[in-house]
Design a binder for this molecule. Structure first.
Ligand code: FES
Ligand code: FES
Length: 176
C-alpha cells in the first residue's frame, strides 16, 4: 500500500484532517471519503466539467487535481452552495429557468457559473458561453442554462467576500 499523507482541508465550511494516498484524486476524496456525491464524474479526460468545485473560490475540475493539492485550501462543493436551507441565487435561477433536464451536468454548471460571476458579475451572453465552454450538457442545448446565469447577473451583484446582494439590497447566500 502506498504511503499516505495527512491533509487538512476546509470543505463546505467544515475542517477535515485525513490520511490520503498521494495518488487520490480530489473528486474521489470528496465523493468517497466525505460523501459529497453531488460532485459528479462524467469523464476521465478533463472534458465534461461535471466534477467542478471551487478551490479558494475559483472553479476547478476536481478530477484533474490530487487531494493532497487541496491541503491547506478551502473547497466548496454544490452541497455547500445552499445556506440554511435557502438555495443560492444560481440554484434558484436554474430551477426557475428550467435550466436542467437529467441534471447530471447541473452541479458542475452551477459551480462554474458561480466562479464566472464572481470574476465577472455582469457577463454578456457570449461571455457566459465562453465561461461555460468547459462544461458539457447533453440535454438542454444550453439556452436555458445561459438564461439562468444571465438572470442572476442582471439582478445580483457579487462582492469580493462571495456574498451576493440582490438588486433590492437584501443579502442572500452566494458563491464561495
Ligand atoms: S469528470 Fe472531471 S471533467 Fe469530466
Ligand atoms: S441536463 Fe442532462 S447533461 Fe445537462
Amino acid at each position: 500500500m502506498a504511503s499516505s499523507t495527512t491533509i487538512t482541508v476546509e470543505v463546505d465550511d467544515v475542517m477535515y484532517t485525513d490520511d490520503v494516498e498521494p495518488r487520490l484524486l480530489l473528486v474521489q476524496y470528496l465523493r468517497e471519503r466525505l460523501g459529497k456525491t453531488g460532485t459528479l464524474i462524467g469523464c476521465d479526460t478533463t472534458n465534461c466539467g461535471a466534477c467542478t468545485v471551487h478551490l479558494d473560490g475559483v472553479g476547478v475540475k476536481s478530477c484533474t487535481m490530487l487531494a493532497v493539492q487541496a491541503d491547506g485550501h478551502k473547497v466548496t462543493t454544490i452541497e455547500g452552495m445552499a445556506k440554511d436551507g435557502t438555495l443560492s441565487p444560481l440554484q434558484e435561477a436554474f430551477h426557475q429557468c428550467h435550466a436542467l433536464q437529467c441534471g447530471f451536468c447541473t452541479p458542475g454548471m452551477i459551480m462554474q457559473s458561480a466562479s464566472l460571476l464572481k470574476e465577472n458579475p455582469h457577463p454578456s451572453e457570449e461571455e457566459i458561453r465562453d465561461g461555460l465552454e468547459g462544461n458539457l450538457c447533453r440535454c438542454t442545448g444550453y439556452q436555458n442554462i445561459v438564461a439562468a446565469v444571465k438572470s442572476v447577473a442582471d439582478g445580483t451583484v457579487y462582492d469580493d467576500s462571495g456574498v451576493s446582494t440582490t438588486a433590492g439590497g437584501s443579502q442572500t447566500a452566494g458563491v464561495s
